[in-house]
Ligand binder design. Structure first.
Ligand code: URA
Length: 276
């Protein structure tokens, strides 16, 4: 029997693409199965993220933060994230702390932290699931195709990135855009919770099922939860939260834009009520 010929470069690339590998992190391959494998170079070489639109609410510089050895287990990482997030007095301090947090393995494969975009003094916060490829490159949430749709959805009710705050439950891109594991979500949850607490909005909008289940503690699917108001405890007060359909879902299922429009109108009405 003649052995199969070695795959061509094109076939190899097609194989990687099918496996979810869609960008190179470094010039040379690194065998991460080895104990002494170096840290990925891409993260160190990553460009500085664009600053969010307005300065953080509190101008005091953050205290120096030091993490010791990486947490030994996912449970330890969750505890470490909780403790660290609680110490951040400002959004900037939180961003710095997250940049150094090594309890979530996604940080090692992502290009950079995707912290937030928008106005830290906004009265409405929108939270998605996790950054994709475009967000990972730019360091900002919702800048790809679904972000463009989100911008249109916001504009339809007179909102934009200057008057809302946008973030994700997971701040690092999962490789190949895979679904974050429940453990990764639990590790990242204290950070997004603290972010919401520091912004201190009147309304929270969760985009899609993962963000709704993670933040609102629901088990129902998004088709049951969307358009229903929930209470959300920020840590300092209770605000109203509305789940709606994720823009990426609407790109795949445009007929559901009708439902998203109902939700957007409910958000507009709630904003008008809070500003009276
Ligand atoms: N999808 C998300 O949930 N968040 C992003 O930032 C981009 C796409």
């Amino acid at each position: 029997m003649t052995p199969d010929p070695a795959p061509s470069l094109r076939q190899l690339l097609a194989f990687y693409l099918d496996a979810g590998v869609d960008c190179a992190l470094a010039e040379d391959p690194i065998n991460r199965m080895l104990d002494d494998a170096p840290e990925p170079a891409a993260r160190e070489a990553a460009p500085e993220p664009r600053p969010i639109v307005k300065p953080a609410l509190h101008a005091k510089p953050p205290p120096p933060l030091a993490f010791g050895a990486p947490p030994a287990s996912p449970d330890a990482a969750i505890i470490s994230a909780r403790e660290a997030a609680a110490t951040a007095p400002t959004l900037e301090a939180l961003r710095e702390l997250m940049q150094r947090f090594d309890g979530c393995a996604l940080r090692a494969t992502a290009t950079q932290l995707v912290f937030a975009d928008g106005n830290p003094q906004a009265k409405v916060v929108f939270v998605g699931e996790a950054p994709g490829r475009d967000e990972d490159i730019e360091g900002l949430p919702f800048v790809g195709r679904s972000g463009k749709l989100l911008d249109l959805m916001l504009a339809a009710i007179g909102l934009n990135r200057g008057n809302v705050y946008i973030a994700n439950v997971i701040p690092w891109r999962p490789p190949g855009n895979r679904t974050p594991t429940p453990q990764e979500t639990q590790i990242c949850l204290p950070f997004i919770r603290r972010q919401i607490e520091l912004v201190n909005p009147d309304l929270l909008v969760t985009l899609g099922n993962p963000s709704t289940q993670a933040l609102l503690g629901t088990r129902d699917g998004i088709m049951r939860t969307r358009g229903r108001w929930f209470d959300y405890d920020t840590g300092t007060r209770t605000i109203r939260a509305l789940p709606t359909l994720h823009p990426a879902y609407l790109l795949r299922q445009p007929t559901y834009k009708r439902l998203a429009w109902q939700d957007l109108r409910a958000i507009a009405t709630a904003i008008a009520a809070t500003s009276n």
